[in-house]
Every structure is written in structure tokens, then in C-alpha cells.
Design a protein around this ligand. Structure first.
Ligand SMILES: *Cc1c(COP(=O)(O)O)cnc(C)c1O
Length: 381
């Protein structure tokens, strides 16, 4: 019998999504505002807690962009960004005509190294005479960052923090949901994320006033006149009421999704426990509770008898298992070759050794057994 291909992270519906979409059609709310958008925002506010306000948007990338607009980032400014991430974390800095300054990761969380962050701030002040305008740490693969340390430095230099929690939906740090520590926090509901709206995102805001300002920029910066009157450049970034219907349905099983990702992580940890040269990436501190959005392994060819991550990827692909190399660091991307970067070797080392493994709600215990056995066979050969 031929097995179905095991994919990295597939969208998974609760069965409640169509009810909310049907409601939208029945009431003719087929527009980028409406009851589903409002109710989805309430669900998200309840989920993140901390008295935060949430604005639903067309993408996580749009959320990062609007936060930068609200923070006043513009031409000639610099923004400190985590280098080890997806390009959507830093691209909006360039949309604003500003320059990203890339900072490498520390090896425990794979996220922004707080010591290098402080070096970067000092270096940029010395080089340009002014402070970076914002700091964008990332929760890569759902792993919390050393956010207390990052916030301490950011507060000391009075630089606002924009947390890219696109991959960290529901991850917790000392019990608190990530994305609620900085001035703004970003969520993504793209098709492959922890929950989906097909495509979509949201911005976690500190206050009602901040939320109103984000909504204003997300809806073409319209002034309160009977005709269209503009004093700022705006954007069309609001979430569709249809997409928000999917989001409301997804919120009914968000906790189950997270529990399943953690369950799959436990199976990988157990399965690879006796495999030399394969290490599952887990939280380095007990006060960090990742959502394990994508489970990742580091492959050390010195210990696997010479099998490296690329050979493993190709062999697993032949065995009908989708895996993917880790994010290629931004400071190694041709498009960012001229951006300043503070590098310690951690992200480049991981990029040359790491793989993402299938992790979504569609991955069964049997699938994990199959993947672990396949890896063991590949290494033994
Ligand atoms: C997915 C992702 C984004 C962008 O979210 P979209 O909803 O796809 O625009 C931003 N940052 C990171 C780290 C991501 O993984």
C-alpha cells in the first residue's frame, strides 16, 4: 500500500467555519468588516489576555507594516531585526524606506541574542548618532525568546519592541502569551500557521487608542468628513468578513491544535532519543512553553555516519515525507547584502544543519513512527 505524502503543516478545519461563512452570506456581510471580524477580534483578545486590543488584518506582513507606520518608522531610520527568520519580518522595514540592522540568535532559543542586541544599539548610535527606531524579535518555530532580557534593554534605551509572534500563536513565556510584552505584537493566520483564515493576520495593540489608530491606517486613512479627505497615506489592510468567519471557527479548536503540536514534539523527542546526531529543538528553560508550531531537528553529520541535513531531506522526500531546511538568515540573503549585521555564527550554523519536520494536526502518531523509522534507516545505510 502506498502511503499518502506526509506534509509539514496542513490547514485543519473544526467543522464550525462554514456556519460563520454562511452567516456572512445570509446577511450579505461580504466585505472587509462586519460581525465575524468584530467577533474574531474579541476571541483573539480573550485568547491573548493582558487587557490587549486586537485588530484583524489581511496578513501578518500587513500587521508588521502598520505597526512600523504607527511607530513613525520612515526614511533614514534603522530598525533592529532578528536575522534568523522569514523575510516577512524585515521586508516591511524596507517598505517604509528604513534600513534593517540584523542581529543574530543565541543557541538556546534560536531567537534574538540579547547581548548582540545591546551591541547593535550601541554600534548604531556610534555610527549614525541616533537610536534605532524599533526592535523586532521573532518567536521562531513558536519558541519563546529571552523576552525579559530583550525588554530590559529596549526599555533602558527607550526603543519600542514589535514582537513577531506570527509563528508563536499561543506560546507562553512565564505563563504569558507571546506578542503581549512589547508595544505591538504580530499574529499570522496564513494557511500553514497554527490556525488559519486562509490568509490573514492581526496586530496586538496596547490600548483602545492604539487600536483606533491602526484601524485608521488599515482603512485608507480616511478623515471624518462626508467626502474622502486625507492627511496621511493609508493602506487597504483590513480582514475580510469571510476570512474572519474561518478564524472564528478555528478559534474553537485552537487549544486542541496547540496540544497536538506539543504531543507530536513529545513523540519526536522519544523517537529520536537513542539516535546519535539527531537533536529535537526543545525549550531551553522551564518557564518557556512553545507551541511547537514546526518541530525541528539538528543533524550532525559527524555523529550520523556522514548523513547531513540535505541528504536526509532528499531521502525523506523519496520516502514521501515533506521536510524543509530552516530559514536562511536575512544577513545571508542577496537582497539584504548591504544591511548592517551583527553576526555570531549561530544562525548560519543552524541553517546548515537543521530541518523542519511534519508537525500539524494532520500528523498522526503512526506518521511520526514512520518518519522516525525512515530517519533511522537512512542513517544506518
Ligand atoms: C508567516 C510569517 C510572517 C508573515 O505572515 P503572513 O500572514 O504570511 O503575511 C511574518 N513573520 C514570520 C516569522 C512568519 O513566519
Amino acid at each position: 500500500m502506498k502511503r499518502d505524502r506526509i506534509l509539514l503543516c496542513l490547514a485543519h478545519m473544526s467543522g464550525n467555519e462554514m456556519k460563520y461563512i454562511q452567516e456572512a452570506f445570509d446577511t450579505n456581510w461580504v466585505v472587509p468588516l462586519g460581525p465575524n471580524v468584530n467577533a474574531f477580534e474579541k476571541d483573539l483578545e480573550h485568547f491573548v489576555g493582558e487587557g490587549k486590543q486586537v485588530v484583524a488584518l489581511s496578513a501578518g506582513t500587513a500587521a508588521i507594516h502598520l505597526a512600523l507606520v504607527a511607530l513613525g518608522v520612515g526614511k533614514g531610520d534603522e530598525v533592529v531585526c532578528q536575522s534568523f527568520t522569514f523575510a516577512a519580518s524585515s521586508n516591511p522595514v524596507v517598505y517604509q524606506g528604513a534600513t534593517p540592522v540584523f542581529v543574530d540568535s543565541e543557541p538556546g532559543t534560536w531567537n534574538m541574542d540579547p547581548n548582540l542586541l545591546e551591541d547593535a544599539i550601541k554600534q548604531r548610535i556610534a555610527a549614525t548618532g541616533k537610536k534605532p527606531k524599533a526592535i523586532i524579535p521573532v518567536y521562531l518555530y513558536g519558541m519563546p525568546a529571552y523576552i525579559d532580557e530583550i525588554m530590559e534593554i529596549a526599555n533602558r534605551y527607550e526603543i519600542p519592541v514589535l514582537e513577531d509572534a506570527a509563528e508563536g500563536f499561543g506560546s507562553r513565556y512565564r505563563g504569558r502569551v507571546v506578542g503581549t510584552f512589547g508595544e505591538y505584537g504580530v499574529m499570522s493566520f496564513n494557511g500553514n500557521k497554527m490556525i488559519t483564515t486562509s490568509g490573514g493576520g492581526a496586530l496586538i495593540c496596547p490600548s483602545d487608542e492604539a487600536k483606533k489608530r491602526i484601524m485608521y491606517f488599515a482603512t485608507q486613512a480616511r478623515e471624518p468628513f462626508p467626502y474622502y479627505h486625507h492627511i496621511h497615506i493609508g493602506f487597504n489592510y483590513r480582514m475580510s468578513n469571510i476570512c474572519a468567519g474561518i478564524g472564528r471557527g478555528q478559534m474553537t479548536i485552537a487549544d486542541e491544535h496547540i496540544a497536538h503540536h506539543i504531543h507530536v514534539k513529545d513523540l519526536y523527542v522519544k523517537g529520536f532519543a537513542d539516535v546519535e546526531g539527531i537533536t529535537v529543538h526543545v525549550a531551553p528553560e522551564d518557564y518557556m512553553e512553545p507551541n511547537y508550531w514546526l518541530n525541528t531537528i539538528v543533524v550532525e553529520p559527524e555523529l550520523t555516519g556522514g548523513v547531513d541535513y540535505e541528504q536526509l531531506r532528499v531521502a525523506l522526500d523519496a520516502a514521501n515525507v515533506e521536510t524543509r531546511p530552516l530559514w536562511k538568515p536575512m544577513h545571508c540573503q542577496p537582497v539584504y547584502k548591504d544591511a548592517p549585521a551583527l553576526v555570531n555564527g549561530v544562525s548560519e550554523h543552524l541553517f546548515e544543519r537543521g530541518l523542519c519536520l511534519p508537525s500539524g494536526p494532520c500528523v498522526s502518531d503512526d506518521d511520526v513512527d514512520y518518519i522516525v523509522s525512515a530517519v533511522k534507516q537512512i542513517i544506518k545505510k
